[in-house]
Structures are given as C-alpha cells and as structure tokens.
Design a protein around this ligand. Structure first.
Ligand code: FAD
Length: 388
C-alpha cells in the first residue's frame, strides 16, 4: 500500500512529489502512463515565467515560484530577460497602469510602464507606429520546463519517491466516501491519498470518483523559425495584449546549447481552436501566425520556418483560467489541475500548496483556499484577463 499516489509525472506531479518528500514523507508513488516524462504539456511549453498578472493569487503564486526557481538546489534555466506587454489602445494602457500598481503593491519588483519609444528600444525592428506603450517586468523571463520537472523528480526520488512508467490510472477506488486505491493498467494500487496531476487529461479520471472537474483541453501551437539576422540582443518575451500574439527567442529545452541567436518561437491563441485533445501540429497555423507578424515584426515575417521544431500541446483550461488546488468531498482525493497555460511557472507554489493541504489540512505559506474546486459551485469564480 502506498500512502500517497500522484497520478501524472509532468511538472506538477513532480513538484507535488518533491514537496511531500521534502517534508519527510517518502511513501509516495508517481504513476506516469508514458515510458518517460515530458510527453504531456510540460514538454510543449514556451518556458515563460512572469508576475505580471491581474489577480492577487496569480501574482502571489508567481512571487513564491520565482523565488523558489531562483534559489532551489537544481538548475531551472531561469533567465530574467523580462516580459514586455505592449498596448495599442488607451484602455489597454489604463489596464497596464492599474495592474502594474497592483503588482508593485503586492511586492513585485522591477515593473515599469513605458512609452512607445522605450518599447522600440527593447525590441528594435518592432513596428511601433500604433503602439502607445507597454509594461516591462524585469524579473519576468524564462525557465526550462524540462529542467524544472526533472529537478523536482530527481530530488523526490532521492528522498524515497518512486516513479512507475507505462502505468496508466484508469479509475479511483473509494470506500465509505474515501479514496482506497487507484486502478491502473498494471493492477490496483491501494493508497490513503491520491493527487490528480494529469493536466489536460484530468476530467475523465475525476469522473470515475463522481467528481465533475471543469478542466477542458485546448490545443496551442507554436511556430519555430530562424530569422535572417540575429535577434535583438536580450530579446524578452513580447506580447500584444490585444491579440495575444507573442514571440521569444527559441530554446531547445532538451539541449539549450543547440539554440542559435536567430531561433525564435512565435504564436497566438487561435480563437477558432475548439476544445479537444488533438496535439497534431496543423501546418495551416503557420500562415495564420505569419500574418500576425507581417506588419508588426518584419524581422519575424522574413524568417524560415523550421517545420520539425514546430509543435502543438494542450492548455488545461478552467472557466476562470485559474488552477484547481485542493481536495473535494471524496476524502483523500486532491487536485492540482487546470493551470490554464501557467502550470510550469506556478509549479513550485502548486506543489507546496498540495503538500501542505495533504499533510497539514491547509496551505499556510499562502492562502490558496480561493482556488478550491468548490468555487465553481459557489459561483465564486476569479477574474483574470492577463492570460494568453
Ligand atoms: C504551447 C504551450 C505553451 C505553454 N507555455 C507555458 C509557459 O510559457 N509558461 C507556463 O508556466 N506554462 C506554459 N504552458 C502550460 C504548461 O505547459 C502546463 O500548465 C503544465 O505543463 C501542466 O503540467 P502538468 O504536470 O499538470 O501536465 P502535463 O505536463 O501534461 O503532465 C501530465 C502527465 O500526466 C500523464 N497522464 C495523463 N493521464 C494519465 C493517466 N490516466 N495515468 C497516468 N498518467 C497520466 C501524462 O502522460 C503527462 O505526463 C504552455 C502549454 C502549452 C501547450
């Protein structure tokens, strides 16, 4: 019998395992259906980390996670290149002013609201004709999602956790309203507690415990290209608030030394993308995203697509774009799901929260109670507009 079973070996399951084993509890088993880690959303992520959010809880999750990722004992690839949001309307500028004041009041350092000239300095070659300004977060930047996931996993395993590959959970088993085990393609595993960390694939499994988990998968695609000239030095993540069009220097997370100074990733959230588990890259997306780049960033438009490096993965969206952290009416069943595109950057806070909720009954380092599943039934959804 395992005390705690974590289902899903992506960055979230790994962080939950790390934080539980850090507390001295070693009877932890991670179940991963694939033969290796990183095949889910974690391996598809862009690797951005930012504190530029609208809600208190997202800002605080970022602050905690950033401190962790800067100071932890393993390599995370943290590179504070910054995030630049640019605005083309007065409303968007007002929104940036409001949000940056809020972020600063909560303790985020280095956020500045800037004018179009400063935007043009940060991103030489960007067409700023209609840009009014932007906000730049100097401590925002990049992390390596695979390094973070592997760092958490290695530390957890070194402290006694076990990871079982090729093991797919198929159902939760309950007895008297409590979790008693997890059924898998390799047989039944009895346990005291189970944590669902299966990202975009969470809803169906939750349903086996009669829980309606509002997490919907949606494909997100990324185009990898090589520009004609080297990218602007220290290019940050650059995001159009209006359309969500964004780009960043391309980094091969499996082997960062393979990335050159002309490699770039660009994407936008396609509003026509339906909810589905489709992770095939659709070549017609290339044309769509180049169209966005045409006027805005000629240096991106005049680039060569590296087709084999283009990718598609899944966002795991909740109705309010915030994660679901915590338990439910089934005793011993916990969720760390629905990160809605922010799961890598928020993995340290999410893992710590789950470890405290499971071991102490509540998270004390940060009050995450507003992220409970019950918020949907209670009509207490959160409101975040700073998502892409
Ligand atoms: C294109 C793209 C860009 C993104 N960019 C960013 C970014 O810049 N910053 C950021 O913070 N986040 C980003 N995200 C979001 C981020 O990738 C996710 O929020 C995060 O990876 C979620 O981690 P996870 O561990 O919950 O899920 P996953 O990494 O998907 O892991 C879930 C694991 O569960 C396993 N699994 C599924 N079902 C079962 C089962 N029944 N039994 C056993 N195992 C199972 C899967 O094989 C998988 O390994 C991006 C996502 C995409 C798609």
């Amino acid at each position: 019998m395992a005390k705690i079973v974590i289902i899903g070996g992506g960055v979230i399951g790994a962080s939950v395992a790390y934080h539980i084993t850090e507390r001295g509890v070693s009877d932890v088993v991670i179940l991963e259906r694939d033969s290796e880690q990183g095949k889910g959303s974690t391996g598809k992520a862009t690797g951005g980390i930012r504190s530029q959010f609208e809600t208190d809880i997202n800002i605080r999750m970022s602050l905690h996670s950033l401190e962790f990722l800067k100071n932890c004992e393993f390599q995370t690839g943290y590179d504070p290149r910054g995030y630049l949001f640019y605005a083309t309307t007065e409303e968007q500028m007002d929104y940036l002013h409001l949000n940056s004041a809020k972020q600063a009041s909560i303790g985020v350092n280095g956020i500045s609201v800037i004018d179009a000239k400063e935007v043009a300095k940060i991103v030489p070659g960007l067409n700023c004709d209609d840009i009014l300004g932007g906000s730049f977060g100097a401590t925002d930047g990049f992390i390596n999602p695979l390094a973070v996931m592997r760092g958490f996993t290695e530390r957890a395993v070194s402290k006694g956790a076990e990871i079982r590959f090729d093991t797919q959970a198929t159902a939760f088993l309950t007895e008297g309203g409590k979790i008693s085990g997890v059924e898998t393609n390799q047989g039944t595993l009895e346990c005291d507690a189970a944590v669902l960390c299966t990202g975009a694939w969470a809803k169906q499994l939750a349903a086996t415990a009669d829980i309606d988990l509002p997490v919907e998968p949606q494909r997100r695609q990324i185009v990898w290209a090589r520009t004609l000239l080297p990218l602007p030095a220290k290019l940050p993540m650059v995001i159009d608030i209006g359309s969500g069009f964004h780009f960043r220097p391309g980094v091969d997370f499996n082997d960062p030394s393979q990335s050159g100074d002309r490699d770039v990733l660009f994407a936008y959230p396609d509003p026509d993308e339906p909810n589905s588990l489709n992770t095939d890259f659709d070549v017609s997306f290339i044309e769509k995203v180049y169209e966005k780049a045409r006027e805005r960033a000629p240096f991106l438009f005049n680039s060569e697509v590296i087709r084999e490096k283009c990718r598609a993965g899944l966002y795991e969206n909740t109705p309010d774009h915030h994660p679901i952290l915590g338990g439910c009416e089934v005793g011993g069943l916990y969720f760390a799901n629905g990160f809605s595109g922010h799961g890598v950057m928020h993995s340290p806070a999410a893992g710590r929260a789950l470890s405290e909720i499971i071991l102490d009954g509540r998270a004390s380092f940060l009050d995450v109670s507003i992220l409970g599943l019950d918020r949907f039934a209670k009509g207490k959804m959160l409101h975040e507009t700073a998502f892409i």
